[in-house]
Design a protein around this ligand. Structure first.
Ligand SMILES: Nc1nc2c(ncn2[C@@H]2O[C@H](COP(=O)(O)OP(=O)(O)O[C@H]3O[C@H](CO)[C@@H](O)[C@H](O)[C@@H]3O)[C@@H](O)[C@H]2O)c(=O)[nH]1
Ligand SMILES: [Mg+2]
Length: 196
């Protein structure tokens, strides 16, 4: 059977929480490979889709990263702030436009030519979110503000400009442990963004 929609019948949708984001419990029948229909339930957390961007300067061999407190990571035992690429939720906007705005809000760099490099589901067993990944070149002329995020959203991001090699080494030591950031650093390495 090739069409997934023919394998799935949604039986019931229960909203468990609809506060900041939306958490549902969905009961469905799934047509298994052996031909049987099986009833299953899954909790599905919907925060919308997002976008992330690696800002890089080929000549300087640098990247722009952010460092911020992440509560879910803290409650999972992580000690310290999290180092990430600039990223944000789309809130209904087109990914290209949203990521330019987000890059400027979070890092202070205004970039025009953003290149989409891939898309990925970040936690497909429970979270609906698809993340759109971008890269863009920046230089000192692109700096139009301080960045740091939106105060009214209680954001408090530190902006880091690191040598790419130092960022890769930090990942290898486990000091960069955010998936979207690791994926973009690996993309840069795989595609020789900084030359061989
Ligand atoms: N009051 C309140 N504020 C919230 C809550 N959840 C999120 N926020 C606020 O909503 C804003 C969302 O900021 P964005 O920059 O749009 O998103 P993000 O949190 O940086 O998310 C990015 O990183 C995530 C983790 O990697 C990604 O999952 C996500 O797609 C995106 O890339 C932040 O100010 C955050 O503090 C909540 O439950 N309550
Ligand atoms: Mg963000």
């Amino acid at each position: 059977m090739s069409n997934t929609a023919e394998r799935v019948n949604i039986v019931d949708t229960q909203v468990l929480s609809h506060d900041w984001y939306l958490l549902k419990k969905i009961t469905f029948d799934y047509h298994r490979n052996n031909g049987e229909w099986q009833r299953q339930t899954r909790e599905v957390y919907d925060r919308g889709n997002g976008a992330a961007i690696l800002l890089f300067n080929r000549e300087q061999r640098t990247v722009v990263l952010t460092r911020q407190f992440r509560l879910p990571v803290f409650v999972n035992g992580h000690d310290g702030l999290l180092i990430e690429v600039a990223a944000g939720l789309l809130e209904g906007a087109a990914p290209e436009q949203r990521i330019r705005d987000e890059a400027e809000e979070e890092t202070g760099y205004r970039v025009h030519d953003v290149k989409k490099v891939f898309e990925a589901y970040m936690s497909p067993g429970s979270v609906t979110e698809k993340l759109h990944f971008f890269i863009a070149e920046y230089d000192s002329a692109s700096k139009v503000g301080e960045g740091g995020g939106l105060e009214e959203e209680t954001e408090e991001l530190e902006v880091l400009e690191w040598r790419f090699d130092d960022a890769l080494a930090a990942f290898q030591r486990g000091e960069i442990c955010d998936a979207k950031t690791i994926m973009l650093l690996q993309y840069a390495a795989m595609n020789n963004l900084f030359g061989a």
